[in-house]
Design a protein. Sequence first.
Lengths: 230, 245
Amino acid sequence: MKTFENAIEFLFDNTGLIWDKILEHVWLSLASLGVACVIAIPLGVWLGHRHRGSFVAINVSNVGRALPSLAVISIGLGLLGVGFTNVMVALVILAGPVMLTNAYVAVDQVDQDAVRAARAMGMRGPQVLWRVELPLALPLIFAGIRTAAVYVVATAPLAALAGGGGLGDIIVNQPTYGPEGVVAGSLVIAALAFATEGVFALLQYAVTPRPLRRRGRQPLLEPKVETAAA
Amino acid sequence: MLAGAPAAPIAQQGPVIPHFERASDCIRENGQFCFSWFVDNFDRVFVPRLVEHIWLTGLAVGIGFVIAFTAALVAHSLDWFETPFAILAAFLYTIPSLAFFQLLVPITGLTVTSAEIALVSYTILILFRNTLTGLRGVPEDARLAARAMGLTKGQILRRVELPLALPAIMAGVRIATVTTISLATVAAFIGVGGLGQPIFNAIQSGFKTQFVAAGLLAVALALVADALLVLLQRMLAPWMRARRA
């Protein structure tokens, strides 16, 4: 237990360092998440809108899960070398699939009666997508972003091994920061993961159209997809 | 005389410096992936780590399954139990792996116990949720028919509910296994071996072939384990296969 007391002390003695590392960590995570979003979500939404490629869209997240994060980072390290960009590429590969699958399932499973009603009212494809499918799909799309966000924040510490910086720097440098530093860094990372989960839960609530909020909670951490893939 | 005799031949052989033949070009230039080195060193470098990895994963999924399965059965009959247990499991699931391992080190040391506590914690949420979803998904008609046939509660569970919940449970086991294989690589950071070990070692020495190889092996292990579990599911639930065909 002494280590934990020392760790708390370490946190208070090194506030500057911890803040710097938190900022690096958040920046790396947001950048990766942003890039993954830009690639995965439009693709998933488009496939879902056209109801095409279900096999690929659903299985990509299973394959994504099978990729050990450390292995992806290490293979990336071998092929691309050390640095921020390369770590980001690895994190994008890890975060993308779950977002793609969620976006696909979200749009694909929109109530077809609503879609047909929209068409009957004279809406064209893009209008149906923007004004009917997307609002209805938003909560589940966002559930995917939330899962991916927590995953990225939790995996980014490994990035320190590949020179990505962030809080992982403290954890993997026991010789520099000592056991109390390592435990302190771990506590901060855990806190950051919970904070991410909380912030994204609030965001998800905020983007959910009001009539959909009452239906109760969506399965958040592991969306519907899992059982469907059996 | 006796002591001097063996010395002579050694002196004739010249300096006693071991001779490790010339390394291949690929190794000397630290190429991306030297296939021949991988083949030559597979038995020595990777097989023990692979075995450790399988062992770490099997133990974690096994223990996690016992805990989660029991909890799901409890939650199936006692409704109030689900929410607190699910919250606890979700809490554990959210702790980042590297941090979780490190936080356990001051308590349980650099041991397999530390690694297993964290790995088991990660499996519980997935297994619990899938088992419970499976049990809840059993059609009420099937349950009522079983009761009308005179089956007791225990018999209904064993002969009707569990077989029908099997696909969902097996889906959970697959996800948990693959996730654990992935997380177990990180466990090497606290010195319990597994495929993460060559990765961490090679990251420090900068030997590309070794970490690319270990990474690929971990991915391959996950895919093979997943495929084997699909086969197991088909054996346990042959009626699913019939329906699909």
